[in-house]
Design a protein around this ligand. Structure first.
Ligand code: BG6
Length: 479
């Protein structure tokens, strides 16, 4: 290994989620997921969550980029880039169409057998998220999602079914995607995508969040415990949306507020890594008078089902100011957010902060003492296809280069133990937040627009060749 390269075995790859690329929303017995009842939005226009699938609405995830039929062609392109791993999720509704079915759907299980075989054929390790915003819609309607303790059992049954079936094909797992998104407990959309929760206006949103999140944490811990019995070599991680929090100024009130916001955003992974609730969150729950159903048995499960690594997405940092809200009045951590004048933003208003990624890697290492895995990072941008079919995306290369440079410093100089790096949306797919196709992250362009028109043809962007070189040189050549 040269001093300029990442460690041998570093998992370079790309990341996607089933509902954002597979399509085939009713193929081979698949049931309806929460993603199937979300309409297309736009920047500043929220996606609507409809009561079931309604005629005349545009549901972009129904077809997505039809990876369901194109996966062989797509995996071949990933192999051409040199991927060592491919992160995707297993659509819960392909395996248990309603979520509470007695038996799994064999056709759904077979699809993932075929997909994983296709990856392994090229030496690409599957990295699998079990629940990536894809809860069966039936569990939402009939049970209230993770507001209901019964969903723990449904999730664990799904997890165990997958662990048993794929135990010789998949080593790397994550339970819930961005479990900490729920810290935005006033955001209906995030609460539904993450926990299948349709907020009840009669109840306190934050109290509902603490309850649902607790049940998810128990479900996650039970899945880890069961997974380890099925294959002790499994590596099962948490997956959080890590957003480092900066004080807007060096005013101690801002500094204290930044710490508090961090605690409110990051306690989810504390529980998953440490096996218990951090004292600050226990104290806050008591102070607020919330009485979540947390049993003594749950606490044992949490302590026994801790994770092996910390998977996280990194897109941005956030700055907070006590001018907006004081430490003692803070409830929703996002209400304290202010613009950071030091950073530029993407066309969708996401601050761009490569140094924040190095900072995050160091913070997470100090906090958790576990291997880390950057399982999402990237720039959503509009791409233009030239007359000759080429796609020049220097903005994406610049973004990724700047971030990888910081990752390199963290690994080679700061001693961070990093398992791999999988940029988000390695092939263009449907944006989770807006439902748009035009918010593109990929190295591979897919011919489809926001109205659903296009041939679905795949083509290589300039960034495809750049990333291929990065992988080939194991990160030595980022030019
Ligand atoms: C992460 C999610 O939050 O961000 C992905 O895990 C999502 O599902 C990604 O697609 C980028 O967000 P967006 O809204 O640009 O698709």
């Amino acid at each position: 290994m040269s001093a300029n390269q990442f460690p041998a075995g570093f998992l370079w790859g790309g990341a996607v989620a089933a509902h954002q690329l597979e399509g085939g929303w009713q193929a081979d017995g698949k049931g309806i997921s929460v993603a199937d009842v979300m309409t297309a939005g736009a920047y500043g226009v929220p996606r609507e969550i409809t009561k079931g699938v309604l005629p005349g609405k545009n549901y972009p995830n129904h077809e997505a980029i039809d990876f369901y039929s194109h996966y062989k062609e797509d995996v071949k392109l990933f192999a051409e880039m040199g991927f060592k791993c491919f992160r995707t999720s297993i659509a819960w509704t392909r395996i248990f169409p309603n979520g509470d079915d007695a038996n799994p759907n064999e056709a759904g299980l077979k699809f993932y057998d075929d997909l994983f075989d296709e990856c392994l054929k090229y030496g690409i390790e599957p990295v699998i998220t079990l629940a990536h915003f894809e809860m069966p819609y039936h569990l939402v309607e009939a049970y209230g999602g993770f507001a209901n303790r019964k969903c723990i059992d449904f999730f664990v049954k799904f997890a165990v079914t997958c662990f048993k079936r794929y135990k010789d094909k998949v080593k790397y797992w994550m339970t819930f995607n961005e479990i900490d998104n729920q810290s935005s407990f006033n955001n209906d959309f995030l609460m539904c995508t993450n926990s299948g929760l349709l907020l009840d206006n009669e109840l306190d949103n934050e109290a509902q969040m603490f309850q649902a999140a607790h049940y998810e944490l128990v479900a996650s811990a039970l899945a880890v415990k069961e997974g380890k019995k099925i294959n002790p070599d499994f590596m099962i991680g948490t997956m959080i949306n890590y957003t480092p929090v900066y004080p807007a100024t060096s005013n101690p009130e801002d500094v204290l507020l930044a710490q508090r916001v961090d605690q409110r955003r990051n306690w989810f992974s504390d529980v998953q890594v440490w096996g218990y609730y951090p004292a600050g969150i226990e104290a806050y729950i008591t102070k607020k008078g919330f009485r979540p159903d947390i049993t003594a048995e749950d606490r044992i499960v949490l302590s026994e089902g801790t994770v092996d690594y910390v998977g996280f997405s990194y897109y941005q940092s956030m700055s907070v100011s006590s001018q907006k809200v004081s430490v003692d009045q803070l409830t929703d951590p996002h209400e304290a957010q202010v613009e950071n004048p030091n950073l530029k933003a993407s066309d969708w208003g996401w601050p761009i902060d490569p140094v924040g990624l190095r900072y995050s890697l160091n913070l997470l290492t100090d906090r958790y003492h576990l291997p880390l895995f950057i399982v999402e990072n990237g720039l959503g941008a509009v791409d233009e296809v030239q007359a000759d079919g080429s796609i020049h995306d220097p903005y994406r290369i610049d973004y990724l280069r700047a971030h990888i440079q910081e990752v390199k410093k963290a690994v080679l100089e700061d001693g961070v133990d990093l398992m791999g790096y999988t940029p988000w949306g390695c092939i263009d797919l449907v944006s989770a937040g807006t439902g748009q196709m035009s918010k593109r992250y990929g190295f591979i362009y897919v011919d489809k627009d926001d109205e659903g028109n296009g041939t679905l043809a795949r083509s290589r962007k300039d960034s495809f060749y750049w990333y291929q070189k990065v992988i080939k040189t194991n990160g030595a050549d980022l030019a």
